[in-house]
Design a binder for this molecule. Structure first.
Ligand code: ARG
Length: 598
């Protein structure tokens, strides 16, 4: 059962607002009470400073009046005025304890469903068929997945869309090449894993594509045949389509393998690739023509914006139809946005895509607004991400200069994590079996890669440094998972020592570290709301790290199992439990597992 517990910050805001209602003019009473967490007290409000000016009174006098109003509240232990008119508010310990008890008793930890009116379509991952998923696809995949989880948890209806690159003239060339060379081995089933170093259909296709390109550039006759094949593909020639379908199926199987290894929610049902929009392109372009939004230029159709210009100062169009009559990436995205709003009923469409596509999406969104596909009740956001560099900060390449395969990166992280976990386990007297070690290393390595990604502000570039990621100290996934296991271990011991959990005793005073931890635990819901609003999962990642550190501070200064009294011990165990559950829930919303032991 969910109680949808209000946060203490929200209660304080309501109390300050109520006090304002009694002493400020009606037209100002609804203003933001400007309540923030503070080092001087639990909360501070600056509202007297901002309102006094507008009322023509002294800020300190107004603050004093507000203080009197607040002083009547028994759950506020102390309200003082400082400086030019700051209100410092300290809560009664019992108010903290009550709130913790309410959160602890709720299976949602009191997190409110604040996004119930939202239908969010999330476009993420979007790898390309016949190509390996590489490190560049990691960011979109992980950020998108975290947003899907957080929005879903807050009650939004979430529709995942994997806009796979499965269409385009390049497939004509590839299919022609494969058809002319029937002896080439590329299907998964035909590949002898022992013989091939890379050993997957997609890596074989990736290679064949490059070979085909060479022949295409060198041999005009092959080029002509490849171009005829493109026409055959576009006009629905059955044999060509069958070859295309096979290539798509092999690629999607490979993507799915990466997703399941990463624990990403995307399934085959979420694939609505570029080809999905083919049947809609004609209508979309016709509608843009009718509405006078597209212009013809040298036989092509484009949408022009005066403020979007190239280096030569000429407007750069959003290319809707090419000169040869073919539709491309932009037309597909216009069809997608129309479909997502009109048929999927999206209120927000989120595009988790590399920042380098910013201009493309800017133009697509503007065009969609002009066409009336986006408007009241629907918005589109380009959720931009930066790039991942190598550990040295330079563009991430293999030693041979190629792009780094995602699968190889995960293997590397796994090997390092296993070393670190084995070392830690040896320190503790080698408790883990080989099998458990493998499993813990798997969970830790995936958590490490995800946490490194999600704790970085998504707009920034970052260096992929596996050694740093799997460290037990610092802001890492391993540190958070380890903190979780430490709490779990205390709770196991408590259970062994004395069955049955005692309840909170709200009349006991709290130590400073307990207050810090309590106030932080109370911020979980607001943190999730901030993630949903800003589409920045690093806020949650950062919050969990702060929480883990606050827990460490609490644990160092407040004995739990050796507490002075049974009552204090019960309160501290309850704090441990809520911290463990909040960590587990928060990590889960980042797509990171929270193990019981490691
Ligand atoms: N397939 C594209 C790429 O690898 C990303 C597609 C992003 N989504 C979209 N609706 N355009 O760069």
């Amino acid at each position: 059962m969910s109680q949808q517990v209000r946060s203490l910050a929200a209660e304080v805001e309501a109390a300050v607002s109520a006090a304002m209602g009694a002493v400020v003019p009606a037209d100002l009473a609804g203003e933001d009470p400007l309540v923030r967490r503070s080092d001087h007290a639990d909360f501070q409000s600056n509202v007297a400073l901002s309102l006094a000016k507008r009322m023509g009174v002294k800020p300190r006098d107004l603050a004093e009046q507000l203080r009197e109003g607040l002083a009547a509240q028994s759950w506020l232990a102390e309200v003082t005025v400082s400086g030019p008119g700051f209100l410092n508010i300290r809560l009664a310990d019992s108010a903290l304890v009550d709130r913790l008890a309410a959160r602890g008793a709720d299976d949602r930890l009191g997190v409110r469903r604040t996004r119930e009116s939202e239908v969010a379509v999330v476009d993420y991952s979007a790898p390309n068929v016949a190509k390996e998923m590489h490190v560049g696809h990691l960011r979109s995949t992980l950020i998108g997945d975290a947003l899907v989880r957080v929005l879903g948890h807050l009650g939004a209806e979430v529709v995942r869309q994997n806009h796979v690159g499965d269409w385009g003239t390049q497939f004509g060339m590839l299919i022609q090449y494969i058809t002319e060379n029937p002896d080439l081995t590329w299907r998964d089933a035909d590949i002898d894993p022992a013989a091939e170093a890379t050993g997957s259909a997609v890596s074989a296709l990736d290679g064949l594509y490059k070979d085909a390109r060479k022949v295409f550039d060198a041999d005009p006759e092959f080029k002509a045949r490849a171009q005829r094949r493109v026409v055959a593909l576009q006009s629905g020639d059955e044999e060509t389509l069958a070859a295309w379908r096979e290539i798509v199926a092999e690629s999607e199987a490979a993507f799915q393998q990466v997703y399941s290894r990463l624990g990403v929610l995307l399934t085959r049902d979420d694939v609505a690739g570029e080809s999905f929009y083919n049947p809609r392109l004609h209508d979309v372009v016709a509608e843009l023509q009718e509405k006078g939004i597209v212009e013809e230029s040298e036989g092509a159709l484009g949408v022009f914006y005066d403020d979007i210009r190239g280096p030569d100062d000429q407007p750069v169009p959003l290319l809707v139809r090419k000169r040869d009559g073919g539709f491309g990436y932009a037309a597909t995205d216009l069809a997608a946005i129309r479909y997502r709003v009109q048929e999927l009923k999206a209120t927000r469409v989120l595009y988790v895509v590399d920042a380098r596509q910013a201009q493309h999406f800017d133009m697509v969104f503007r065009t969609a607004r002009r066409a009336g596909w986006l408007g009241e009740g629907s918005e589109a956001v380009h959720v931009q991400n930066g790039t991942i560099n190598g550990p040295d900060g330079k563009p991430f390449k293999t030693r041979a200069g190629g792009t780094v395969r995602l699968a190889d990166l995960l293997d590397d992280a796994l090997a390092r994590a296993r070393e670190v976990i084995a070392e830690k386990d040896a320190e503790k007297g080698a408790e883990l079996s080989e099998e458990r070690l493998d499993e813990v290393a798997r969970v830790a390595s995936i958590g490490a890669v995800k946490y490194a990604e999600l704790s970085t502000s998504r707009a920034k570039n970052y260096n992929f440094d596996v050694a740093q990621m799997v460290s037990f100290t610092g802001q890492t996934g391993v540190y958070l998972q380890y903190t979780h296991t430490r709490i779990a271990s205390i709770l196991r011991r408590a259970e062994a020592e004395q069955a049955g959990a005692a309840a909170f005793d709200a009349s006991l005073p709290l130590a400073p570290a307990e207050r810090d931890l309590s106030l932080l635990l109370d911020e979980f819901g607001a943190t999730l709301d901030a993630v949903a609003k800003t589409l920045e999962p690093h806020r949650l990642a950062g919050y969990l790290y702060t929480l883990a550190k606050a827990y460490t501070g609490f644990y160092e200064s407040c004995p739990v199992l050796r507490a002075d009294s049974v009552e204090v011990r019960a309160n501290r165990l309850a704090l441990c439990r809520l911290t463990r559950d909040t960590l587990a829930s928060g990590l889960g919303l980042l797509g990171i597992e929270a193990p019981e032991r490691m």
